[in-house]
Design a protein around this ligand. Sequence first.
Ligand SMILES: N[C@@H](CCC(=O)N[C@@H](CS)C(=O)NCC(=O)O)C(=O)O
Ligand code: FES
Length: 245
Amino acid sequence: MATVHEIKTVEQFNELINSASPTTLVALDFHAPWAAPCAQMNAVFETLASQTSPSSALFLSIDAEELPDISESYDVSAVPFFILLKNNTIIQKISGADPTALASAITSHSGTSTLSVPSLPPLQPVSPTTESTNPSTSSQPVAEEEDLNTRLSKLVSAAPVMLFMKGTPAEPKCGFSRQLVSLLRERGVRYGFFNILADDEVRQGLKEFSDWPTYPQLYVDGQLVGGLDIVKEEMEADPSFLKGE
Ligand SMILES: N[C@@H](CCC(=O)N[C@@H](CS)C(=O)NCC(=O)O)C(=O)O
Ligand code: FES
């Protein structure tokens, strides 16, 4: 049975990756401490490792925020996110909390005959960045609206500081979002983010939910602070604003 290596440094990561033979499957688990689905998928990842022989696969667990160089080099913009490599080449990417997809990918690429798919608890909390995993349709408009509001209220408080932006911190898709990312980075603020370009339901829904027509939007403890102009003003008025968050 294989074990999961917790990656602490870029050097350790490179060493492990380079030690793998060209036929060994290398599975990367990118996660963030504030995203509940990551904790669930970390457990799934460990279970899958325990069912796989160490000679056929290497399992590496990476805190996407602690090791931004690694996450950016693999273009990881959402967590949980899994990348499968062989011979240093990406063969598959899996986004979101989907144990079945992860198990079947690992089975087929590691040559393991059968893996039992670990199940997730039925009530899955919403992650700020697993936009691709959300079921999108329901036939009843009223229920849909309630669902969206529940989802939005969970999303805005998914991390103590949450940024709803166009694109990702590594690749902002608009100057306004880019400026806000820079301001947060300058202050060393830790935050969760949601790329509203990847989910039109959230993009339009949150405008109404928070009565704020534009992006970026910054939330602290689930409360809207405002967009770029307001955050700039807050920072000018109070130099310690968000510091230490
Ligand atoms: N003055 C605004 C600038 C932000 C802005 O104007 N955003 C526009 C263009 S990126 C927007 O989000 N429009 C609505 C949309 O694209 O859904 C601020 O302080 O945040
Ligand atoms: S996307 Fe056009 S100004 Fe932001």
